[in-house]
Design a protein around this ligand. Structure first.
Ligand code: MTE
Length: 570
């Protein structure tokens, strides 16, 4: 018995030493404490029968635990570690650790701020990176993945795929992710209208999956003046239609002397090609902020339902002029898409004919986005681009254009995408009394730092400061002339540096990116909590309103109050 006891003890100690040696050098201090506790334990041989029985039970349990803990995959990895530590580092996140609990994605999601602790998943692993977040070399970008998977980020930011980083990450492991390596949710139900939805970039955060509506992480938005196509927000009301290039036709009915015209893709491509840089913004961009003041109906968009791209195609004004259409300020141009609702009505919208016929309006029948053919989600093969105008009028999968005396009768023109007084509620609303949104109002958003993140204060000859970056845009071709930032609730304002295209005012359709250095006082540094506000001013000296309170509307559109972001200084 004594011999058996000693061998158990030796086995236990050596196993603990092996595991703890690994964890204490590479993993976290938590394990260091556990080791100390284990080593403090004074071993002695049990004397009475009762003690022996108790110890036997203890060890039976211990053995079961050891069996559980010595998960074959883990022991394999530990054994392999000496020979090929790099390979082992690459395997940790695809290995189930039986010594740790399993979490559902929703549980990971709930840990998305410093207060709730910051969890991320990678492959099969769940990690608590709260204590590391402020030392993250990429700054607060780590917050983009808070509560979600880092896999798609690391696919882009390849510098993470090193032994050192992977080992560091494993040190923060707190569990396994349920279904962690499951295939992405490719739709395969035959006959479902959703069966042929396109593949989307894993970084697009869905506000709804069917129809697909998603925005990129706000922290990435100001990284590129032209938003990468695969990260451009997607706003679909219906399933994405399947359109074969050879079958595509666009009907144009102008009511002018000439008969209706049908153009195929080759016909549209044969027309003179024009390009314009234009931001498209959803009317519901930043709705999630407005709804905090008082609930609104609609998808909960963050500040990422906007993107900026170079669009290329034929000018609508050329096509209409060729068809003999005369400018008439009372008329409209109706657009229809190939996406049909369950009653077979297409998505539709309209714009004033004056905008469509104005060569300075730059309205395009676009077939390229950032020099690539349009993707299915963004309107392949043809969409209309109406620069400076709310996203809803930029109809995708365009199949029909009608010049008419009245606006489109579609739901989206008549009963949606309209603004109302803050006092109008669902009992009193009359959609026919409000104008459809066309040009969007001036707005801006802070992209980095992100809300809730920990921000490192930089110190140099100029004193202490933090760097803030974001976008600003105004509809109707109005140029952004200034972006003001404050971090003391408006006592002092700092003007940001603008990055924008050199375009004449009235035709300034692209967004402006901006960067500001905000000074940080000793008191702010000590206090730690800081709120940053941004407001933009356009060329008509329109400025964003301060609060959502006075611009609130039941649909949560036109949410352009100051953008306010709370951060913690470190
Ligand atoms: N066009 C069609 N045919 N169907 C749609 O659902 N959504 C509109 C517009 N054009 C839509 C459409 C809305 S509300 C917006 S904001 C923009 O497309 C979004 O364009 P994007 O998905 O290319 O970003």
């Amino acid at each position: 018995m004594r011999l058996l006891w000693r061998s158990f003890r030796g086995l236990a100690n050596s196993r603990n030493r092996r595991l703890v040696a690994t964890t204490s050098t590479r993993w976290s201090n938590r394990n260091e404490e556990e080791r100390e506790q284990r080593q403090d334990y004074q071993w002695s041989y049990p004397n009475s029968r009762l003690e022996q029985l108790l110890y036997a039970t203890y060890w039976a349990g211990g053995l079961a635990l050891a069996y559980h803990w010595l998960d074959p995959k883990k022991t394999d990895l530990l054994a392999k570690e000496k020979d090929d530590p790099e390979e082992v580092a690459r395997l940790w996140h695809v290995t189930v650790r039986n010594d740790l609990p399993t979490y559902k994605p929703a549980q990971v999601e709930s840990h998305n701020s410093a207060e709730s602790r910051i969890w991320v998943s990678y492959g099969l692993g769940v990690y608590d990176v709260t204590d590391f977040a402020e030392n993250h070399p990429g700054g607060d970008k780590i917050m983009m993945a808070a509560g979600s998977a880092i896999d798609p980020f690391w696919a882009i930011y390849q510098q993470h795929n090193t032994q050192e980083v992977l080992e560091l990450l494993e040190g923060f492991r707190v569990g396994n992710l349920e279904g962690g390596l499951a295939e992405s949710n490719v739709e395969t139900e035959l006959g479902s209208p959703w069966a042929q939805e396109p593949q989307r970039h894993a970084l697009l955060k869905p506000a709804s999956k069917r129809p697909f509506n998603a925005e990129p992480p706000i922290g990435m938005l100001a990284e590129n003046f032209l938003t990468p196509n695969e990260l451009f927000y997607v706003r679909n009301h219906l399933p994405v239609p399947v359109i074969k290039e050879e079958e595509y036709e666009l009907e144009i009915e102008t009511g002018a002397a000439k008969p209706p015209l049908t153009l195929n893709l080759a016909g549209i491509r044969a027309l003179p090609k024009h390009s314009v840089t234009a931001a498209i913004m959803c009317g519901g961009n930043r709705r999630s902020e407005m709804t905090k003041f008082k609930a609104v109906k609609g998808l909960s968009w963050g500040a990422g339902a906007v993107g900026n791209a170079k669009w290329s195609g034929a000018r609508l004004c050329d096509v209409l002029a060729q068809q003999g259409v005369q400018p008439d300020e009372s008329r409209h141009v109706i657009f229809e898409g190939a996406d049909l609702d369950p009653t077979s009505h297409p998505y539709g919208a309209s714009i004033p004919l004056a905008k469509a016929m104005d060569p300075r309006g730059d309205v395009l029948l676009a077939y390229e986005m950032n020099d690539e053919p349009l993707s299915r989600d963004h309107g392949y093969p043809i969409r209309v681009i109406v620069p400076g105008t709310v996203g809803a009028r930029n109809v995708k999968w365009l199949t029909r254009i009608v010049v008419a005396d009245v606006e489109s009768d579609s739901h989206w023109q008549q009963n949606d995408y309209k603004g109302f007084s803050p006092s109008t509620d669902w009992d009193t609303v009359d959609f026919s009394k409000s104008d459809a949104i066309q040009a969007m109002p001036v707005t801006s958003a802070i992209c980095t730092p992100q809300p809730g993140s920990r921000v490192k204060v930089d110190e140099d000859g100029d004193g202490r400061h933090i760097t803030v970056r974001g976008y600003a845009w105004s509809g109707g071709g109005r140029k952004i002339v200034r972006v003001d930032l404050t971090n003391d609730e408006g006592q002092s304002w700092h003007v940001a540096e603008l990055e924008q295209e050199d375009k004449p005012d009235g035709r300034h359709y692209g967004w402006s990116l901006w960067t500001a250095r905000l000074p940080v006082t000793d008191a702010q540094r000590q206090h730690g909590d800081l709120e940053i506000w941004a407001k933009a001013v356009d060329s008509a000296y329109n400025v964003q309103p301060e609060k959502f309170e006075y611009i609130w509307n039941l649909r949560g559109v036109l949410a352009n109050a100051y953008h306010k972001v709370k951060v913690k200084l470190v």
